[in-house]
Design a protein. Structure first.
Length: 305
């Protein structure tokens, strides 16, 4: 197969591992920067063109693409991916599913509609609703989260009501869209990352926040170890990925006093932490799934919303 990986940096661990895994299985692989692509939007020849370093341009031809689209280029990256979809090129995650998962408000609403457990979450446009929002999630401490945040950026802990009011009003003042979310104290600064591929949890790890940090992201100094999922946690992860319409997803779960709760569904989960913690060849399993699933055709059913 000819496989294109949409990534802005071929040196990133996840990109390198996908290239290695694909080549090991005999595929031809290219890493493509989505920002160097442009599209010819016609009915007869819906091509994606690539601006090569020497100034020449070529039409890209792939059997399958793997989107590793960063949050900062979601809109343009998904536009490029949609053009591949128009040309009937297979993608492990489709553009609509990626944009759905990147909008945290939309994602939480879709998960709630399907009865997926998650922390109590509130959203309001008016600063006059500040106190009502705080009370609706059980008061402080609470989490304030930008709707377009990723990797722990734009996720802030307000430990007191006064701090929560100041934070919420500040975000209102600069016109940022944000969510206010229940703080799950019993999670103890740890969460579970479930790596879902093709409707199966192929690997799972527990991440623990560094001392003095409430976010468990590994790039913030957190640590990770293998964990055995409960049946409820496994089912929750699979259902969350399904609701988002993602065949490849990192589903983050908190253990709370009232059961497991989904805090995020990531459409472009990193491979380094999960492979290092578990020793599982996650990249190889992704390529193996693409080999089988792409034979069914490029147009896969996706969820609504």
């Amino acid at each position: 197969m000819k496989i294109g990986i949409l990534s802005r940096n071929r040196k990133l661990y996840s990109t390198r591992r996908l290239v290695e895994a694909a080549e090991l299985r005999g595929h031809e692989v290219r890493v493509i920067d989505a920002l160097k692509c442009y599209m010819n939007i016609t009915a007869n020849e819906p091509n994606v063109y690539y601006q090569k370093s020497e100034g020449t341009v070529e039409a890209l031809r792939f059997d399958a693409v793997i989107p590793r689209i960063g949050a900062s280029i979601t809109a343009y990256g998904c536009a490029v991916l949609r053009q591949f979809e128009v040309a009937n090129v297979y993608s492990i995650n489709e553009s609509i599913a990626i944009t759905r998962s990147r909008d945290k408000l939309r994602a939480h609403q879709l998960l709630a509609r399907k009865g997926i457990g998650q922390p109590v979450t509130s959203y309001a446009h008016s600063a006059k609703a500040t106190n009502a929002i705080i009370e609706s999630v059980g008061g402080a401490p609470l989490i304030v989260k930008l709707t377009q945040s990723t990797q722990g950026n734009g996720v802030l802990l307000a430990e007191t009501k006064k701090a929560a009011e100041a934070l919420i009003n500040a975000f209102h003042g600069i016109g940022s869209d944000f969510l206010v979310q229940e703080f799950i104290k019993e999670a103890g600064g740890s969460d579970i990352r479930c790596f879902v591929v093709g409707g199966k949890v192929i690997a799972a790890m527990q991440r623990k926040a560094a001392k003095g940090e409430y976010r468990s992201n590994l790039h913030r100094g957190g640590t990770a170890e293998v964990i055995r999922l409960t049946p409820a946690e496994r089912s929750l992860a699979l259902n969350a990925a399904k609701v988002m319409g993602l065949d490849l997803a990192g589903v983050d779960i908190l253990r709370s006093s009232h059961g497991p709760l989904v805090i995020e569904v990531n459409s472009s989960p990193g491979l380094e932490g999960i492979e290092t913690a578990t020793g599982i060849d996650v990249a190889g399993k992704i390529i193996e799934y693409i080999e089988k699933d792409s034979k069914l055709g490029p147009n896969k059913p996706v969820g609504k919303g």
